[in-house]
Design a protein around this ligand. Structure first.
Ligand SMILES: *[C@@H]1O[C@H](CO)[C@@H](O)[C@H](O)[C@H]1NC(C)=O
Ligand SMILES: *[C@@H]1O[C@H](CO)[C@@H](O)[C@H](O)[C@H]1NC(C)=O
Length: 287
């Protein structure tokens, strides 16, 4: 507590004394301290809260299962393992870096008869009981790579994955990949829509059921099952390790986080002292 109070006092002095002191320091620090303890880092360290769904989609993509692809930006390293998971790790942190799951393989996003993106669901906890999730768009490219990851909405990530496998014009078409019975169902609802015996909404709902029957999309009940089996796995490991093991883990994770925060505070304190001195120096020159 002493450190934070001191920082705020120092920041205020700096603010009063100099015009150019960034207010950002004052705004950021208390927040970081608070959020730090709620972050997924101290929660369950990279335990998946959902079991990945079974492989589905164009079969030539199955070879990607078991491979992982990295992408770095200045702050994070992302690792995407198709049909498994996508994770994020802070590469700027002083000590124990933040690691989080951005999603677990769940289902395909399908639009206009095309496989568009892999929907990675139920990642690490976010604010207000929500969990991170990521849409990984699968696009044609010269080399197989995770090209980018962004966060267009809070805790909703958008990634682009490229591979030469999907460059053919029919590579991502859904219809021919369904079995004869499901294709027939699709034909029927298309006819019904054409004859105005089905509304667009009714048609979309039927299509969703067809995709679920094909294993391309997850019905809510299966999503529930996958969440539950991950819970079961977690309980089994906890029991195997014994409760004290898991307490120990949490304890050392907290200690790591405390050290990290202490280091951040120290560095920022030094910065503030520097700024105060600079401001005083500048003031004297004006005199
Ligand atoms: C993500 O999937 C890869 C590939 O199967 C696996 O090695 C890794 O342990 C998974 N990550 C987590 C956090 O379970
Ligand atoms: C996933 O695959 C396993 C093994 O092939 C199978 O037993 C299980 O029913 C499949 N799960 C779903 C939801 O289709």
């Amino acid at each position: 507590m002493y450190n934070y109070n001191m920082l705020i006092v120092l920041s205020l002095i700096a603010f009063v004394k100099g015009d150019m002191v960034p207010l950002k320091i004052l705004n950021e620090l208390p927040n970081q301290g608070y959020n730090g303890f709620n972050s997924p880092k101290s929660e369950d360290k990279l335990k998946l809260r959902m079991q990945p769904a079974n492989f589905s989609g164009p079969d030539y993509l199955e070879k990607l299962k078991g491979e992982c692809f990295k992408h770095r930006d200045p702050k994070y390293e992302y690792v995407f393992c198709p049909f498994q998971n996508i994770t994020q790790e802070d590469i700027q942190a002083f000590y124990e870096p933040y690691k989080g799951v951005l999603g677990v393989w769940g289902q395909w996003e399908i639009k206009d008869n095309q496989f568009i993106s892999m929907e990675m669901l139920e990642g690490s906890g976010c604010s207000a009981g929500r969990h991170r999730s990521t849409r990984v768009a699968i696009k044609c490219g010269k080399v197989t790579q995770l090209e980018s990851v962004t966060e267009p909405d809070k805790c909703r990530y958008a990634a682009v994955f490229r591979t030469p496998s999907v460059c053919g014009s029919n590579a991502m078409v859904v219809y021919p990949r369904l079995d004869a019975e499901l294709r027939k169902r699709w034909d029927e609802v298309s006819t019904d829509l054409y004859n105005q015996e089905l509304t667009q909404l009714g048609y979309d709902n039927e299509l969703e059921r067809i995709f679920q029957a094909a294993g391309l999309r997850l019905p809510p009940s299966e999503l529930g099952d996958l969440l539950q089996s991950a819970q079961q796995d977690k309980q089994d490991t906890d029991e195997a390790q014994g409760v004290s093991g898991s307490c120990q883990e949490r304890m050392s994770s907290f200690q790591g986080r405390i050290k990290e925060l202490e280091e951040e505070v120290r560095v920022k304190e030094e910065k503030i002292v520097e700024l105060v001195m600079a401001a005083e120096g500048g003031g004297n020159q004006d005199d």
